[in-house]
Write a protein that binds this ligand. Structure first.
Ligand SMILES: [Zn+2]
Length: 402
């Protein structure tokens, strides 16, 4: 755990000569940092396909003099910057994966001030921040007391379901030793994500005998059952506060206009800013699906077989918060203000969800610069102002370990 009295004030840090030089490092090395970002983002990284990028990052970790460099069983790449003691131990992370499939063209194109590539910002700017931060600390030989574990995580995006960070905090060899967690995800300078947005994701499959639309009319119909379930969910009175949302994002089923389908499926995303609301919505949804299938079955002809329901939880992200008064959040607020920017506390779904759910102080920060069209093939990143994000990151990390 981090204790308030052991956290350095940001003003105190900024007046230390080593630190002041490390802060300038991000300005004098701006072009080199951008070149490195281009190299990282040119390496394909899809969900469950992060290995090549992890290998590249671990080579960089080793070159920077980090120790205990490894790729763990889940595929995360780790490197330790050891202080005079192992504690406090802060994890500084960014995610290796993108939302794009492995056949995507990851080539980075530069047009005036902007870099274009899938994942260039999310989370290319976070990954390069890890290297830049480690490099600045090493180059200026900043003496640190605690230790910093740099981690490129796998599986932050949708299908990954936080598998990398989950492994790190539950099964990995550092699991019980982490005192604080900071992840860099995307651009920007004002955002401090201290609240975890929880979600549950389901895949629903309904199957039945199937038959002819005219000749077998009266057989229970899986598409009709899914339709009944969607209609129930769509009527759910989701509160605006705490913000609660649902989405049927994908449906499939059936083959022909004149055949009663033998199967239908849908994928559903449920979210809420509050755990109690998420549970309420979750219970409503599961009941709605069962009732919908029962209703369709109740209309079948005597002797027809029943529809079968398969309901799978395919994703779960915990809700929670690192309180605004915690030393880590206060440190990030103070650093943001001293760099001339008004901080904004925020709620989102990031790698921080996991440590937050375990009671470990965790925040997600922007890594500076600006971006647009995130999660699309036109994603871009503009590195101007990146140094501010890196300076803030460095001050937060040093506030914990110096
Ligand atoms: Zn991201």
């Amino acid at each position: 755990m981090i204790r308030t009295q052991s956290v350095k004030s940001v003003a105190q840090l900024m007046s230390t000569p080593h630190v002041a030089r490390a802060l300038r490092f991000f300005e004098t090395h701006a072009d080199a940092i951008t070149e490195e970002q281009i190299r990282i983002c040119s390496i394909p990284a899809s969900p469950f396909g992060e290995q090549e990028r992890a290998e590249y990052l671990s080579r960089k970790f080793a070159e920077l003099g980090l120790t205990e460099v490894e790729i763990d069983e889940e595929g995360n790449c780790l490197g330790l910057l050891r202080g005079s003691s192992r504690a406090p131990l802060i994890v500084v992370s960014a995610h290796l994966d993108t939302v794009f499939s492995k056949d995507t063209n990851f080539e980075v194109v530069r047009r005036s001030n902007k870099l274009f590539a899938p994942g260039i910002s999310d989370d290319g700017c976070g990954l390069v921040a890890l290297l830049a931060l480690a490099q600045a600390i090493q180059a200026e030989q900043i003496p640190i007391e605690g230790s910093i574990l740099f981690v490129g995580t796998v599986g932050e995006e949708g299908e990954g379901n936080l598998r990398g960070v989950r492994h790190l905090f539950t099964k990995g060899r550092w699991a019980k030793h982490v005192d604080a967690f900071v992840s860099f995800d995307g651009p920007g300078m004002d955002r401090i994500t201290n609240r975890a947005l929880g979600s549950r994701r389901y895949r629903v499959e309904v199957s039945g005998p199937g038959g002819h639309s005219w000749g077998d009319f009266g057989l229970p119909n899986p598409v009709h059952a899914i339709g009944r379930a969607i209609s129930r969910l769509a009527g759910y009175p989701a509160p605006k506060e705490p913000r609660t949302t649902f989405n049927v994002g994908h449906i499939e089923g059936g083959r022909s206009v004149n055949a009663i389908p033998s199967e239908a499926a849908m994928e559903v995303d449920l979210r809420s800013a509050a755990e109690a609301e998420l549970q309420r919505l979750d219970a409503f949804f599961r009941r709605a699906v069962r009732d919908a299938v029962d209703e369709e079955n109740a209309r079948r002809r005597a002797g027809d077989s029943l529809l079968k329901l398969k309901l799978d939880l395919i994703g779960e992200r915990p809700t929670g918060e690192t309180p605004p008064g915690s030393p880590l959040v206060e440190l990030a607020m103070e650093a943001t203000k001293l760099l001339g920017v008004e901080p904004r506390l925020d709620q989102s779904s990031t790698d921080s969800n996991l440590p937050i759910s375990l009671g470990i102080p965790a925040i997600t920060l922007g890594a500076g610069g600006t971006s647009g069209s995130s999660h699309s093939l036109d994603e871009w990143y503009d590195p101007r102002g990146r140094d501010l994000g890196l300076k803030r990151g460095l001050l937060v990390i040093l506030g914990i370990v110096m």
